[in-house]
Design a protein around this ligand. Structure first.
Ligand code: FES
Length: 137
């Protein structure tokens, strides 16, 4: 699997996203609570662009009349028909074993760790003798 540098972390604000083309695939990268998630930018239902999806919280109900919000911003609600997906895995909320969005691994790395170039200057031995500096070439 090839690695592709798609953005500086500052390019995608918290709660925002960026669409990138990687090898002909439309991928949307979301920034949620300091984490980044990459998904195919196409809803598996009828193909809506997920860059337009609402990033909502997971809502559960342990008993009638009681609602709990968790994982704020990690659930995607499709803009066309409202199907919901877990951004972390791509799985749909209503049928997680059959319907899912393709998701991709994401890593955040410091710029200098991405690629070490051959930026090595030629060096020469240096000696100090009395008060003269001598460079050997
Ligand atoms: S296209 Fe996404 S729910 Fe219909």
């Amino acid at each position: 699997m090839a690695r592709h540098i798609v953005a500086r972390t500052t390019e995608i604000p918290p709660g925002g996203n960026k669409v990138v083309d990687i090898a002909g695939r439309d991928i949307v990268v979301f920034h949620v609570n300091g984490e980044f998630f990459a998904l195919l930018n196409r809803c598996p239902h009828e193909g809506a662009p997920l860059e337009k999806a609402a990033c909502v919280a997971r809502l559960t109900s342990p008993e009638p009349g009681v609602y709990e919000r968790s994982r704020v911003g990690e659930m995607l609600r499709c803009p066309w028909h409202g199907w919901e997906f877990d951004m972390r895995s791509g799985q749909s909320w209503f049928d997680p074993n059959r319907v899912k969005i393709r998701s991709y691994p994401v890593a955040v790395e410091r710029g200098e760790e991405l690629q070490k170039g051959p930026y090595v200057a030629e060096t020469f031995p240096v000696h100090v003798e009395d008060s003269y500096v001598i460079v050997e070439i």
